[in-house]
Ligand binder design. Structure first.
Ligand code: AGP
Length: 605
């Protein structure tokens, strides 16, 4: 998704803005640009399709005297990847950058006769034209009037040609944070562009006009009432958001899993039992739950599916996992006895946010499992249980996935205990087994060279299959997604027992099949399925537990994980799949951290 940054203060704006855009690259983008304000001169705007470093080169000749400007990385929604469609957009006396979608931009062009004003294919330029249409010298009036007509999601940073050293901002749904520090005021899409300047910040409230000057930041409602958003403190530091010596963020984040699972779970264990009291989730809230609905997207949804695989057999509570982008247009059968759990690393995924809002309109209790403190989904949920994974910068979600599962396991175990589904003794054993995954994951990480060697079979592949049964099937969905999104191999997950009902027709000699067989009660059935694909020439890489190794002739390669209870094998097995995807992408010479077409947080629909 687009990255936004604005700065006004006493130091050079150009370098600060471009450095900030470099920190926002992980959000996913295809072009970048900045606009700089100079005393008694027109804005200087440089914007280019391509990388931030390309932009930096094109900005070398720009006068460094400017101390006020805005910068943007664009993830194309309306209009192709061109210099002209890149932001900032300048219309009349208004320069503007935008993250989001203006849904009624065609109507706005007609309503205000803007055809002659807009040159690009973007909704953003229309937004700038509308604000310029109302601008007669008063920025607040222009913004207020424009807000009356604009429909959609947006985070705007705006400069007015004849209003020196000031940046104005306003948002709806799309995220923005801001901070004042010794050298000026800064605003950005997220903390990664701010934390090197300030450890305290605030979240820009929706439909409030923010005015940044070098001396302070003012926040006011659309009717002019001053507001003072809560001051928040960053819970991690710039090192945590950097690569820490690893070649890629993704490898760093894979390696952090033992530590962040421990850091997330331990504070929620009291006397060996799961506890959510520190999260403000009282047992009374959990007592009268009749069913659970999980809403999420992508990897977060896969974590929710693992949660279902644990809760239903163990707690006998119905769990439905819904694709948020589908659910939000459904008419879900939920009520006050439904606990809706929104799972989201970023806490800004628009589909999950809208699904959460729909759930609240049906009277359901809402609890979110979120990694970013103070994010929109967290703030709009009745309850939030934060994961403490630290910043996840790589687009491919890894540590967030295993930490989400661990957190959901704690929640599920607490619900089971409160509702009398399991005894305290069973709960203690469950928590003990959960903590045992930490050394099991470490063992996989220590064995990553063997996994790198095993991944060679994928380097030239066009297609691949992931198969498994039960939790192994659910996990195979995540394995396929990981491989797809960073290696661009067409990977498909399939229930091992379902292959013979059609899809086995696609098994051709040499096609890689990653088989996951950790579930002991269906192990032999999965081995039968492996033989079915092997006999048709598939190249099978089996992931199983150390004591379940099979004879060499059954598959071409085996990777083993430490023996853990069936409900917990997902953790070490997931790390194997993450590493397989990582090494395959790396071996294919691709951009592991920022794969094509993808964004870290999908804040547009
Ligand atoms: C997973 O590797 C992807 N980055 C993507 O599926 C992601 O999990 C999904 O977009 C949900 O994001 P969220 O957890 O921030 O809501």
């Amino acid at each position: 998704m687009c990255g936004i940054i604005g700065f006004t203060g006493n130091i050079e704006a150009k370098k600060l803005l471009i450095d900030g855009l470099a920190r926002l690259e992980y959000r996913g983008y295809d072009s970048a640009g900045i606009a700089l304000q100079y005393k008694d001169q027109p804005f200087q705007i440089v914007k280019k399709a391509g990388k931030v470093e390309t932009l930096r080169q094109f900005c070398e000749d720009l006068d460094s005297s400017s101390t006020c400007g805005i910068g943007h990385t664009r993830w194309a929604t309306h209009g192709g990847v061109t210099d002209e469609n890149a932001h900032p957009h300048l219309v009349g006396r208004v320069a503007l950058i935008h993250n989001g979608i203006i849904e009624n931009y065609h109507e706005l062009i007609e309503k205000f006769n803007l055809e002659h004003m807009v040159k690009s294919e973007t909704d953003t330029e229309v937004a700038a034209a509308v604000i310029n249409h109302f601008y007669k010298g008063d920025p607040y009036y222009a913004i207020r009037q424009a807000m009356k007509h604009m429909i959609g999601s947006f985070a705007f940073c705006i400069m007015f040609q004849d209003v020196p050293d000031k940046i104005f901002a306003i948002r709806n749904v799309s995220p923005m944070v801001a901070a004042h520090f010794a050298d000026g005021s800064i605003i950005a899409s997220d903390l990664t562009a701010i934390i090197q300047y300030s450890q305290t910040y605030f979240i820009v409230p929706e439909y409030h006009i923010v005015t940044l000057t070098k001396d302070d930041i003012k926040v006011e409602t659309l009717d002019g009432q001053m507001a003072k958003p809560e001051s928040l403190t960053v819970s991690w530091n710039i090192e945590a958001a950097q690569k820490g010596g690893y070649e890629h963020y993704m490898m760093k984040e894979i390696m952090e899993q033992p530590e962040v699972i421990r850091g997330t779970v331990m504070p929620r264990i009291q006397d060996g039992l799961p506890s959510l009291l520190s999260d403000g989730v009282d047992d009374e809230i959990l007592k009268d739950i009749h069913e659970i609905r999980v809403i999420a997207c992508g990897t977060a949804m896969h974590a929710g599916m693992i949660f279902k695989s644990m809760v239903e057999p163990m707690m006998r509570i119905p769990v439905t996992v819904s694709i948020a982008s589908e659910y939000r247009y459904d008419s879900p059968i939920i009520d006050a006895h439904t606990l809706v759990i929104a799972v989201s690393q970023s806490g800004e995924t628009i589909d999950t946010l809208e699904a959460l809002r729909l759930s609240k309109s049906y009277g359901a209790k809402t609890l979110s499992v979120v990694n970013v403190k103070g994010s929109t989904i967290a703030r709009e949920s009745d309850y939030v249980v934060y994961t403490h994974a630290g910043p996840e910068i790589a687009v491919a979600s890894t540590k967030a996935y295993t930490v989400q599962i661990a957190t959901l396991y704690v929640i599920g175990c607490r619900i089971g205990l409160v509702k009398g589904c399991i005894s305290e003794e069973a709960a203690r054993k469950f928590i003990g087994d959960l903590l045992d995954v930490i050394p099991a994951i470490q063992q996989v990480l220590d064995n990553r060279e063997e996994i790198q060697n095993a991944s060679i079979c994928l380097l030239e592949a066009q297609d691949a299959f992931f198969i498994g049964r039960g939790i192994d099937y659910t996990l195979s969905l995540e394995g396929a997604l990981k491989l797809k999104e960073i290696s661009y191999i067409h990977a498909e997950a399939y229930a091992a027992g379902e292959l013979k009902h059609g899809t086995i027709a696609l098994i051709t000699p040499g096609i890689p099949v990653i088989a996951i067989a950790t579930q002991r009660k269906v192990f032999n059935k999965t081995i039968s399925n492996i033989k079915e694909v092997s006999s048709r020439g598939a190249y099978v890489l089996l992931i199983t537990e150390a004591d379940l190794r099979v004879p060499e002739e059954i598959c071409q390669q085996q990777l083993t994980i430490p023996e853990v209870d069936d409900l917990f094998s997902v953790f070490p097995a997931a790390v194997v799949l993450q590493l397989i995807a990582y090494y395959t992408s790396y071996g294919r010479g691709l951009d592991v951290d920022m794969p094509r077409n993808l964004a870290k947080s999908v804040t547009v629909e």
